[in-house]
Design a protein around this ligand. Structure first.
Ligand code: NAD
Length: 485
């Protein structure tokens, strides 16, 4: 089956196993042509309620489904994603502007892999039973119920895999709120998921604006929230869920440092700085924000970065020669341009980029900015800051003051020293002489203000269950006869 012709332009939201449209249409603009390319819809308050109620009924059945049968459904979802990979990748490239090869070869396959990984975890999962002098203690993996899942715009189907595969494996129903700037691939996938043999209402997709649908979901009666997005939004969600408090796990961004010591493999360091800074137009939560480079190799590395950054071709995401597409919205483009100008006014030196391009589309060039002091900024755009350092101690001090802690890269041949630095850093992931060495099996998440809770790996699974203890006594209980009466 292919996505139906009439829904190519209008993508209804998916609640209780039904695709619906409201009167409130939201325009989807192609960031290359700046033309309208589709409509999504603001989910109504009643339909959100319908989704939650459908989720509750479906979850009663799903929770009773044996682990091995749940695993089969997860595998079917992975198969469905991969079976329609090209079409789903096209939707992500068209709406978000990232080069087609990124969702095709990286983002969406990674998302699909999460479903296969959690299926294999379920295959071998056994709940514990502990025999004691008093009786037997059963430890049961109870799901929360209906989980509200917020996704960011940059990698919709990848983050769908990161959070939803574990949440489903754990026995929850899902109310997924994709970003209003990255909804199409998930809505496209929902049409295929609808044909699978899963309880209707188990998976719901409620589209809409953050300020309206996002707010309503936070205030709703869902039993837990998994949020991937920005810190400012998280604060609003916490404030809005105060009347119905619930567990929240959150994956936020941060200011990610890449540190290059003088003994590093220079070519590898340069390749990975370029990749981690400019892939997806710099819109990767694990991307580089600030590069610290040791004095003796500074000029050489900065010269190379500039030379190669200038060679990255900007253009249509579907052109295989293109390295970077546009940013997704004019608002994001203008905001980045203002922030860069602000740094310039404060004395930062532009190495390259930093100009809005006189062409159609929300394009911003690879931009490298040298600063004298250490700044802790996440641009979420193709903009990196670089700073020179002399000693190891200087690096340790800068890292220690980072208010965020998602990921960090260290480039040096001195592995024992790098390991020590990695141990000291308050960071969810530290890569030594590598980048994005991660998989469905490795825990992923932030420290400090980059979030709490983990996705991926077995730790990711346990975020979506609440362990239950059932104690069955075979003898008198410890308090029996305490008062002697
Ligand atoms: P965002 O915070 O703007 O949006 C995230 C989600 O929240 C979207 O679904 C959005 O519609 C919703 N939302 C927005 N405003 C809301 C409001 N007022 N109330 C309720 N919901 C609201 O984030 P984004 O711009 O889509 O994504 C970029 C951010 O996400 C960056 O900071 C990036 O680092 C982070 N990110 C983190 C990870 C990770 O795994 N750690 C992955 C990808 C992106």
């Amino acid at each position: 089956m292919s996505i139906k012709e009439e829904t190519m332009q209008e993508y209804g939201y998916y609640v209780g196993g039904k695709f619906k449209k409201s009167r409130d249409r939201i325009e989807v603009i192609n960031p290359v042509t700046e033309e309208l390319c589709a409509h999504i819809f603001e989910t109504t308050k009643d339909d959100l309620e319908f989704a939650i109620q459908s989720g509750r009924s479906a979850q009663k059945e799903w929770k009773k489904t044996p682990f091995k049968e749940r695993a089969n459904v997860l595998r079917e979802i992975a198969k469905t994603i991969l079976g329609n990979l090209k079409e789903l990748a096209e939707l992500e490239a068209k709406e978000i502007g990232k080069p087609f090869k990124e969702p095709l070869f990286v983002d969406i396959p990674l998302g699909a892999d999460c479903f296969n990984y959690y299926a294999s975890l379920l295959d071998s999962l056994e709940e514990e039973s502990i025999q004691s002098d008093l009786g037997i203690d059963l430890i049961r993996y109870e799901p929360f119920g209906v989980a509200g899942i917020y996704l960011p715009y940059n990698v919709p189907l990848m983050t769908f895999g990161f959070s939803c595969a574990a949440a489903l494996a754990a026995g929850n129903a899902l109310i997924i709120k994709p970003s209003e700037y990255g909804s199409l691939s998930l809505l496209g996938l929902a049409q295929y998921i609808d044909t699978l043999d899963t309880p209707k209402g188990l998976i719901n997709v409620v589209t809409g604006r953050g300020e309206s649908m996002g707010k309503l979901l936070a205030e709703s009666t869902v039993d837990m929230i998994s949020f991937t997005g920005s810190r400012d939004t998280l604060k609003k969600i916490i404030a809005r869920s105060k009347d119905v408090p619930k567990k929240i796990i959150c994956e936020l961004g941060g200011c990610n440092f890449t540190v290059v010591f003088s003994d590093a493999d220079k070519e590898e360091a340069i390749q990975n700085i370029l990749g981690s800074s400019f892939m997806k137009q710099g819109q990767m939560c694990v991307g580089t924000s600030v590069v610290l480079i040791q004095d003796s190799v500074y000029d050489d590395i900065v010269g190379q970065l500039k030379k190669r950054a200038l060679k990255i071709q900007l253009g249509d995401p579907f052109d295989p020669m293109v390295g970077m597409g546009p940013l997704p919205t004019r608002e994001h483009l203008e905001n980045i341009h203002q922030r860069v100008k602000g740094l310039q006014v404060k004395g930062a030196k532009i190495i390259c980029g930093a100009k809005s391009l006189n062409q159609k589309g929300y394009f911003y060039p690879p931009t490298i900015i040298e600063t004298k002091e250490a700044l802790y900024e996440e641009f979420f755009a193709p903009v990196i800051l670089i700073k020179r350092f002399r000693t190891r101690l200087e690096v340790e001090e800068i890292i220690e003051k980072n208010p965020t802690g998602l990921v960090m890269q260290i480039w040096t041949k001195d592995i024992p020293f790098a390991e020590q630095l990695a141990q000291k850093a308050s960071c969810g992931t530290v890569w030594i002489n590598t980048f994005v060495q991660m998989s469905s099996q490795t825990p992923f998440g932030g420290m400090r203000s980059s979030g709490w809770g983990r996705n991926l790996g077995k730790f990711g699974f346990f975020e979506y269950i609440q362990p239950k203890h059932i104690g069955i006594g075979f003898k008198k209980s410890p308090v029996s006869g305490w008062f002697g009466i």
